[in-house]
Design a protein around this ligand. Structure first.
Ligand code: 4AD
Ligand code: MG
Length: 461
C-alpha cells in the first residue's frame, strides 16, 4: 500500500495510476448508487477521499460500513477540479481488513476536549489530537536537531534518584518497603537502609544536577526526558509527569544562557511551521485565529528582558488590581507573569535576577547578595515556559546556601565536589516540553498536549 502522505507530497508520481491504500474510515456518505469515504492511514494528518459506486460488487455492504472500519482500497488516483481536496481515488475494490462496531464514539461531529479526555485510548484518532501528537513528535525532533547541530551531547540522566534536584521536596517516593508495616529505626523513623537501594529514593524532578556533571566534562550537553512532580496544584499548566529539556553549558554565564534559550525557541517554532504546515494551519483555523501571525512575530523579533526588581515596579505602577498583591520578595504568580508578558511586553520576556529566597539553592548569588542569576522565560497565554540560571560555582558559597536553605549538605557531597575540580562558570535551563506544545498549538490545557496525562487524581492506563 502507498502512504497517503506520499500522495500529497509526490502527487505527480501517482496521478492517473492504480494504487492501493490501507486505512481506517473517518467518514462515510452514501447516496443511492454512489458514495464517499474519507480514509486515514495514519501516515498523514489529512484524509484521502474515496469515491465508490455500484460497479463495486459489494457496493451495498460498503455503503453500510461503520466509522473506524479498517479497509483496503484499490483504485485510480484522479484529479478533482474545484473540489476541497486536490484528488481522490475511484475505487475498483474495497475490502474490509478489520470490522468496527457501529457505536464507535468518534462520529463526525466536533467533540469537546473534555469529552475526548475520557476516551484517551481513542482520541489519537480525532483530527485535533492527530495534529497535536504529530506536532509533538516534530517538535521533539526539532529540539534534538537544534542541540545536535550545535555539538551538544545528549545525556540520559537517572529517573530514580537519591537527591532532590530542586530542594523543594515535591517528589514521588520509590520504594519496595511495605509502608503499612515498614522496618523502623530506634527513634521510630523508617529504616531506609532496608529499602531496595539501601536509602530513600524518588522519581526525578529534574536532571539538572546530573546534567552539570556532564557539562563539566563535555562543555555543552542537554537532557530530554520525563520528570515527575508531586505538586498538589490542579491547574491547566501542571502535570505530575511531564517532559523537560535541560541544556547545560560550561564556560558560560546568564547572558549566554538567555541567547541559547531564545535561539532554541525560535528554532523550534520555525522548524514546526515548516515541517508540520497542515497541522499548524489546522490550529490556526480551529483553535486560535491569531496563532500563526503571533508565532511569526515571535520568530522575527527580539525577546524582552527585565529584572525581577524592574518587573515588580512595572506591576506596581500598572495600577492593575491583582488578586495577589505585588511586593518585592514575593514569588510571581501566574496572573503577574501573564500581565508582564501579555500586557506590558506583548511578547516573550526573560525575567532575571530574582530574590535568592524564592529560588533554588544552586543559583549563583549576585554581587548585591540579595538576588540570584536566575532567568525565567514568560510567554503570552501561558506564563513561565522556561526556568533557568547561572549556577553557583563557588564551593563555599554553595555549601552556605545548602545549609541556609535547610538542606542536608551530605546529600549533595558530589555536587559540591564538582566545584573543587575545575568547576568553571556554567549555566542552564529547563524547558517544559508540554508548555512548549501548548505555545505552538494554542491548546490551553496541558492534559491535551500529552498522550497519557497524569494529574492529581488521574492516571488512566
Ligand atoms: O522552573 P523549573 O522548576 O526548573 C528546573 O527544574 C530547573 N532544574 C531547570 C534547569 O535549570 N535545568 O522547571 C522548568 C520548566 C518550567 O519552566 C515549566 O515549563 C516546566 O519545567 N514545568 C512543568 N511543566 C508541567 N507541569 C509541571 N508540574 C511543571 N513544573 C515545571
Ligand atoms: Mg520555575
Amino acid at each position: 500500500a502507498v502512504d497517503i502522505k506520499k500522495l500529497y507530497r509526490d502527487t505527480d508520481d501517482y496521478m492517473g495510476k492504480e494504487i492501493v491504500i490501507q486505512g481506517w474510515i473517518r467518514t462515510l456518505r452514501d447516496s443511492k448508487n454512489f458514495g464517499f469515504i474519507e480514509v486515514n492511514d495514519g501516515s498523514f494528518f489529512k484524509n484521502l477521499q474515496i469515491v465508490f459506486d455500484e460497479t463495486l460488487e459489494n457496493f451495498k455492504d460498503v455503503a453500510k460500513l461503520p466509522i473506524a472500519t479498517a479497509i483496503k482500497v484499490t483504485g485510480d488516483l484522479v484529479k478533482t477540479e474545484g473540489a476541497k481536496q486536490p484528488f481522490e481515488i475511484k475505487a475498483k475494490s474495497i475490502v474490509v481488513e478489520a470490522p468496527s462496531s457501529s457505536d464507535f464514539p468518534l462520529q463526525k461531529k466536533r467533540h469537546t476536549f473534555e469529552y475526548l479526555r475520557t476516551i484517551a485510548h481513542l482520541r489519537p484518532r480525532s483530527n485535533a489530537f492527530s495534529a497535536v501528537f504529530r506536532v509533538r513528535s516534530v517538535a521533539a525532533y526539532a529540539i534534538h536537531k537544534f542541540f545536535q547541530d550545535r555539538g551538544f551531547v545528549y545525556v540520559h540522566t537517572p529517573i530514580i534518584t537519591g537527591s532532590d534536584a530542586e530542594g523543594a521536596g515535591e517528589m514521588f517516593r520509590v520504594t519496595t518497603l511495605d509502608l503499612k508495616n515498614p522496618p523502623k529505626n530506634a527513634d521510630g523513623s523508617i529504616d531506609n537502609t532496608q529499602d531496595f537501594f539501601g536509602k530513600e529514593t524518588n522519581l526525578t524532578v529534574s536532571g539538572q544536577l546530573e546534567g552539570e556533571i556532564f557539562a563539566l566534562a563535555y562543555k555543552d550537553i542537554y537532557t530530554f526526558g520525563p520528570t515527575f512532580r508531586a505538586e498538589n496544584s490542579n491547574t491547566s499548566r501542571h502535570a505530575a509527569e511531564f517532559w523537560m529539556i535541560e541544556p547545560e553549558i560550561a564556560f558560560a554565564e546568564l547572558e549566554d544562557n538567555m541567547e541559547l534559550a531564545e535561539d532554541m525557541i525560535k528554532y523550534i517554532i520555525s522548524y514546526v511551521l515548516e515541517n508540520a504546515p497542515e497541522e499548524m494551519e489546522f490550529f490556526g483555523s480551529i483553535v486560535d485565529k491569531d496563532l500563526l501571525p503571533r508565532l511569526q512575530n515571535v520568530v522575527s523579533n527580539d525577546f524582552g528582558r527585565v529584572t525581577y526588581t524592574e518587573a515588580i515596579k512595572l506591576l506596581q505602577e500598572s495600577g492593575h488590581n491583582f488578586e495577589y498583591p505585588v511586593s518585592w520578595g514575593m514569588d510571581l504568580q501566574t496572573e503577574h507573569e501573564r500581565y508582564i508578558t501579555e500586557q506590558i511586553f506583548k511578547k516573550p520576556v526573560f525575567v532575571t535576577d530574582y530574590p535568592k529566597e524564592i529560588k533554588a539553592f544552586y543559583m549563583r548569588l549576585n554581587e548585591d547578595e540579595k538576588t540570584v542569576a536566575a532567568m525565567d522565560l514568560l510567554v503570552p497565554g501561558i506564563g513561565e515556559i522556561i526556568g533557568g540560571s547561572q549556577r553557583e560555582e563557588r564551593e563555599d558559597v554553595l555549601a552556605g546556601k545548602i545549609r541556609a536553605m535547610g538542606l542536608n549538605e551530605e546529600d549533595y557531597w558530589w555536587y559540591l565536589e564538582l566545584r573543587k575540580y575545575g568547576g568553571v562558570k556554567h549555566a542552564g535551563y529547563g524547558l517544559g516540553f508540554e508548555r512548549m506544545i501548548m505555545y505552538l498549538t494554542g491548546m490551553t490545557n496541558i492534559r491535551d498536549v500529552i498522550p497519557f496525562p497524569r494529574t492529581v487524581g488521574t492516571a488512566e492506563f
